[in-house]
Write a protein that binds this ligand. Structure first.
Ligand code: GLA
Length: 682
């Protein structure tokens, strides 16, 4: 992290008063010109005031190495300007055109087994290719020179979803860049040999040149090599992001830059907490994955995005009006979900609400992906809901600029523990880091208690209780920090497979949970993971899966909050809590799941003095998120159910509500319609 987070928000050339940015990815090159005029008319009708343009337009803008065609883009930029619609302009580098990959096939990424990733989809470029970079930066320069002073320009949109398809590239370019990254990190080959533990399996390196990415090997590649390759791959893309950004900072320093993160991404290839400081404002893309935790996951991702943005407003760059095209079954959104999902992002700090995409494509891989204007045209439920949301955002304009008000509890989210805990050759291949974190978040939601999701490195001292699930990688400094947190009154909760390794992925010796052993006052000699489908009962009524530990309590102040009632560990501690200074440190040795963690979390919150701000009957059924500016706070109340929910005795002033559920007077019962949202000024 090199620069302090920049508080620059996007420029809003047409705004005379604060308002939400509202819009979509706009791909006019897929449509004849006649449609463009209708687009602008319909955008205005729907309240759209910003679009992301040219994201995938490279082949149109530069149809051959020395041929540039800006005419069509000039025209649409001017049309949007005339319509008062601002542009988040793509650098257009996301998908290289066929002429480039024909001329330079050496820019194509390579998979683990040495297979070429061919053109035909998108993002088929090596993050470390010097050839790709030369061509891409030439395009960025051309875009900046042509449009840097265009009156519609609100921000630059670097590439698109960096790393969505190409974060892990095993090519020779990657090998060269990996070696130089390792030299920077370790300085000497001896230091690398130590960090990688290369005396195992005769892997000792004599020269940097001998080192390769963890390509397909006869058995499990070296774990630290794998971990460093993940670190390197995230850094390589970050470095590419910087290269595009620096061209723009040089040519158009007054224009803010952003790039769309994918905080929901389940593979975690991009260390966004480490990228967050590289852009002027945070943008995120989010798509709902249907299932019992769909809405919890939306909230979790939005909360994490809010933390990456340092509590300041952020830009929801993409979400969907209805179905996507890339899930096994692509479920349409039900009535009310379009507005509810969008407003839940707003609740967590989004001041820009955008969709992928404006008009549903008639051709191409995404033709069944919903849009603001569906195949059916504007005479459709979707377009009416889109226009309805435009109206709602206008009613909510005063909320823009308000920051997220921190909660009293948090979940600590750590990319390095994620990477390290899910590596191969571990006690269990079934462990899912992000799912464990999400389950604890679901438990908070079920109890009606607000929780932030904060990356490692964030200040914890404002939180009464912090859950750090599967905090697997604990360097000495982190162990000290967490001990300090508990000693000064914080209540720390951690789980199985935490504290186990240092920053080189070497096991801390002397018993688990390694670096956290003293803080937790327990010792484990051997892990006892469970087979898929196996479960154990705890004497507090909960059920554990995935993992158990054979725990010995080493400190007599430790209280056993729950013991195993069945299985190999029967009678032994399952959940322990050690009083530490004015705080405490709790260890949960099994996977309790979203429902199972509720009970223990309720007890721990009680002990930490953290209570729900919601009336009892609404807890679990309504999510509360708070934004505020100055003395004013905005309570976002989101009905998580398909039935009406009544909130008795609510004070404040209702500024918007969806769907309309009858009159309300402060202090009376506010009824939230099914999937409804209300925003109350207090
Ligand atoms: C991503 C991309 C978009 C589009 C959507 C579809 O978010 O950035 O171009 O492909 O997915 O959901």
């Amino acid at each position: 992290m090199t620069r302090a987070p920049s508080p620059r928000w996007l420029r809003r050339p047409y705004d005379t008063a604060p308002r939400f940015a509202y819009g979509a990815d706009y791909n006019p090159e897929q449509w004849p010109r006649e449609v463009w005029h209708e687009d602008i008319r319909l955008m205005r009708e729907a309240g759209v005031n910003i679009v992301s343009l040219a994201v995938f337009s490279w082949a149109r803008i530069q149809p051959a190495p020395e041929v540039w065609d800006f005419g069509w883009l000039d025209e649409i930029m001017d049309l949007l300007h005339a319509g008062g619609i601002a542009v988040d302009l793509g650098t257009a580098t996301a998908s290289p055109p066929p002429w480039l990959t024909t001329l330079h096939p050496e820019i194509l990424p390579v998979g683990r087994a040495g297979e070429t990733i061919w053109p035909g989809a998108r993002q088929h470029w090596r993050p470390t290719s010097p050839v790709f970079r030369t061509y891409a930066l030439r395009l960025v320069t051309a875009m900046a020179e042509r449009y840097g002073r265009h009156p519609a320009l609100a921000a630059w949109h670097l590439s698109n979803e960096l790393g969505c398809h190409n974060v892990h590239d095993y090519s020779d370019d990657a090998a060269r860049a990996f070696r130089s990254w390792l030299e920077d990190r370790y300085g000497t080959i001896d230091a690398l040999n130590h960090a990688w533990g290369t005396d195992f399996w005769s892997q000792r390196y004599a020269e940097w040149e001998q080192i390769l990415p963890p390509r397909l090997a006869a058995s499990h590649p070296n774990p630290t090599q794998q971990l460093d390759f993940k670190r390197f791959s995230s850094d390589a893309l970050k470095e590419y992001l910087r290269a595009e950004r620096d061209v723009l900072y040089r040519l158009t320093p007054e224009v803010p830059v952003t790039t769309n993160f994918m905080v929901m991404d389940g593979t975690g290839g991009m260390h966004y907490a480490d990228w967050a400081h590289e852009v002027d404002f945070i943008s995120n893309d989010h798509y709902v994955r249907p299932g019992p935790q769909a809405l919890d996951e939306l909230s979790f991702s939005a909360a994490l995005t809010g933390s990456l943005a340092g509590g300041r407003p952020w830009y929801l760059m993409e979400h969907s009006t209805s179905a996507v095209n890339w899930q096994p079954v692509n479920v349409a959104k039900r009535t009310g979900e379009l507005a509810r999902d969008a407003l839940l992002h707003v609740a967590h700090g989004a001041d820009a609400v955008c969709f992928f995409q404006w008009r549903q494509s008639p051709a191409g891989a995404e033709k069944y992906h919903s849009a603001m204007v569906p195949h059916a045209g504007p005479d459709s439920e979707v377009f009416r809901a889109v226009a309805g949301l435009g109206g709602l955002l206008r009613e909510l304009a005063e909320v823009t600029g308000a920051t997220r008000r921190p909660a009293r509890a948090a979940i600590l989210f750590d990319w390095e523990s994620w990477w390290a805990s899910e590596q191969d050759s571990h006690p269990s291949s079934l462990l899912r880091y992000r799912q464990e974190a999400l389950d604890w978040y679901s438990a908070f939601l079920a109890l009606g208690v607000r929780a932030d999701v904060v990356p490692r490195g964030a200040a914890l001292d404002g939180y009464d209780l912090v859950v750090a699930p599967v905090l697997h990688m604990v360097p000495r400094t982190l162990a000290k920090e967490l001990t300090g947190y508990a000693e000064s009154g914080g209540h720390l909760v951690t789980t199985y497979f935490s504290g186990v390794v240092d920053e080189n992925d070497h096991a801390w010796l002397g018993g688990y949970p390694g670096a956290l052993r003293e803080l937790l006052g327990i010792r484990i000699e051997e892990f006892a993971p469970l087979l898929d489908g196996e479960s154990v009962a705890l004497d507090d009524g909960s059920t554990g899966t995935l993992w158990t530990d054979r725990i010995t309590v080493t400190d007599d102040t430790v209280a056993v909050l729950a013991a195993y009632r069945t299985g190999e560990q029967t009678g032994r501690p399952a959940i322990t809590r050690r009083p530490v200074g004015r705080g405490s440190a709790t260890y949960v040795s099994t996977r309790l799941g979203a429902e199972g963690s509720r009970g223990v979390l309720a007890r721990l919150l009680d002990g930490a003095g953290v209570t729900s701000e919601l009336p009892e009957e609404a807890r679990g059924r309504v999510e509360l998120v708070v934004r505020g500016s100055g003395d004013t706070t905005y309570w976002f109340l989101v009905n998580r159910t398909d039935a009406p929910v009544e909130l008795p005795g609510l004070s404040g002033e209702l500024i918007a509500r969806t769907p309309d559920a009858g009159p309300w007077a402060p202090g009376g019962s506010l009824v939230l319609g099914p999937r409804g949202v209300a925003v109350v000024r207090r």
